[in-house]
Ligand binder design. Structure first.
Ligand code: ATP
Length: 365
């Protein structure tokens, strides 16, 4: 699908406006609005079935939107109202598939040359472009090798070289690392992040792996049920999740109901834990939901804290213990996640203290 169209001149890599897609009566994507600056990488992150692949296909031109518009590199590619639709081969895109889809019977140079041959370029031009792009991704010395004789990282570079040889304005990645084991995936994600930043290309990367999205992307769109529920830099998603849904999807901590006492102080429902004076809550509300990040809870000796709980799970993490601690009884029982530098065992009683700075407040249900 690599276009031989040259880099886009516009400033925005992607602009999506009020985008929606349905299969017949079934709505798959709704009201998607999104901007990506040139040279940046966007990850589409969400659980299976949330619509990531469908959105990537709309960008690629393999599907047409039911409502809304898609611009890539400042060029309108699809407008449902105006019945405008630019086909995939004229969108100037490069695509990197799952497992890279390299041809095993062709050399590295042959794989990279393929899109240019399809576009009908002359032999000398193809050779020149292929060597230039292999040089950019650091693979020129391996041009004559077969993909089977390369490491995972080198294969990834061949796939990217093939995707960028036509100088696309936008690279699309469809879960390229999802079939690999965790260690290799993490190493390749770090490599890929560095390569994309060196190349300065604009890219969209579909994944259901949060670690991968945070490593690779400048901006992450968290998707759920066909909508983008927050789109921000990874650091912002963690420090200021827009909703309980985002906080829970990113596993940022435990969400607990809280209520304001007669004296104005806040208590975590069912736990007996009072928040220190000065903890902010929604100004006028009597109830709220609070997300307790792992680092917002200190584990103390039972007699040193005003709230006690019981350890129900303790996982050794090499340098600390990840603990689940149950507080309260019956329907009011809540289990919070925390970390402890000291060894704790299941069944042990511990004291808990809350760091007000580590709390995120959300409106009550
Ligand atoms: N041809 C189709 N007809 C009807 N529904 C479809 C079709 N293709 C996909 N869907 C539905 O659209 C929804 C979104 O699918 P999509 O593949 O975009 O999700 P995804 O987030 O990429 O999931 P995964 O990570 O599992 O690939 C799913 O509920 C899926 O069942």
């Amino acid at each position: 699908m690599s276009g031989i169209t040259g880099q886009f001149a516009g400033t925005a890599a992607i602009e999506l406006r009020a985008l929606a897609f349905s299969y017949g009566e079934t709505a798959i994507l709704r009201n998607i609005g999104l901007d990506l600056e040139r040279g940046r990488t966007l990850a589409l992150l969400g659980p299976s079935g949330c619509g990531k692949t469908t959105l990537l296909r709309l960008l690629a031109g393999l599907l047409a939107p039911t409502i809304g518009t898609i611009s890539i590199g400042g060029r309108l590619m699809a407008d449902a109202n105006a019945r405008l639709f630019v086909p995939p081969e004229r969108r100037g895109l490069g695509m990197v598939f799952q497992d890279y889809a390299l041809w095993p019977h062709m050399s590295v140079a042959g794989n990279v040359a393929f899109p240019l041959e399809m576009a009908g370029l002359g032999r000398a031009e193809i050779e020149h472009r292929v060597m230039a792009v292999l040089d950019r991704v650091g693979l020129a010395p391996l041009a004559a090798r077969g993909p089977g004789d390369l490491s995972g990282g080198q294969q990834q570079r061949v796939a990217i070289a093939r995707a960028i040889v036509g100088e696309p304005g936008l690279l699309l990645f469809d879960e390229p690392l999802s079939n690999l084991d965790r260690e290799l995936r993490e190493a390749l994600a770090v490599d890929l992040a560095a390569l994309l930043s060196d190349l300065g290309v604009s890219a969209v990367y579909v994944t259901h792996d949060q670690g991968e999205a945070f490593t690779i992307a400048d901006q992450v769109a968290v998707m759920r049920g066909g909508a983008i529920i927050q789109c921000a830099e990874p650091q912002t998603l963690v420090s200021a999740p827009a909703s309980v849904e985002v906080a829970e999807f990113l596993k940022l901590g435990t969400v607990v109901e809280a209520e304001r006492q007669a004296d104005g102080a806040w208590q975590l429902c069912g736990t007996g834990i009072h928040l220190a004076p000065g903890s902010e809550g929604p100004a006028a509300a009597a109830r709220a939901r609070i997300m307790l990040g792992r680092k917002a809870i200190d584990v103390l000796a039972p007699e040193a804290a005003d709230a006690n709980g019981q350890v129900v799970r303790a996982l050794f993490r090499g340098d600390s213990y990840a603990l689940s601690v149950a507080l309260g009884e019956g329907a009011a029982r809540v289990v919070v996640e925390t970390v402890s530098g000291l060894r704790r065992t299941v069944g042990e009683k511990v004291g808990l203290a809350i760091e007000p700075g580590g709390l995120r407040w959300f409106p009550a249900n």
